[in-house]
Design a protein around this ligand. Sequence first.
Ligand code: GAR
Length: 192
Amino acid sequence: MKKIAVFASGSGSNFQAIIDAVKESKLHAEISLLVCDKREAFCIERAGQAGIPQFVFTAKNYADKADYERAILRELEGLGVDFIVLAGYMRLIGTTLLRSYEGRIVNIHPSLLPAFPGKDAIGQALAAKVKVSGVTVHFVDEGMDTGPIIAQKAIEIDASETKESLQAKIHAIEHELYPTVLQNLLNAGGLS
Ligand code: GAR
């Protein structure tokens, strides 16, 4: 069984979808660790409820990105983690983690990349008045929401759409898409 670490900074609804997919045997992987950079984030509570070990850190307590990524890397290597799944982790991955895990880090983003990278992709899409947006799963490189695209799913934006309604639709797509794509990658040996 491949071992994954999920990195999250917030509510962790995608983390929960991955936990549930593992429980329901839709995703054949072991979630070995949650890595979180926000002490108050709800994803920590979710990890606790699921009995998943956590590495919670405060970036400003480290000298720099390389310093905290070395600490993360020690945890990942100690547990024998095979790949990293970013699920609302709001930090760029640095060279320390990329060197050890390049090609083995995936991210989910709430837009059809390369449109609307970075923060508040849903707000960006609404402000741009696009009629179609969606969700992208991609491999991670040193850029912000760049890297080879693995899967995308589009969604139409209604004239009456609010940020809340679009976010709910996007989350529903993400929760279905991410575990499926992860399992497909495992099946294809794309994350090994
Ligand atoms: C998700 O919509 C994810 O696509 C997005 O953060 C949200 C986290 O929600 N990620 C990014 O914007 C990455 N640039 P969650 O904490 O409920 O899973």
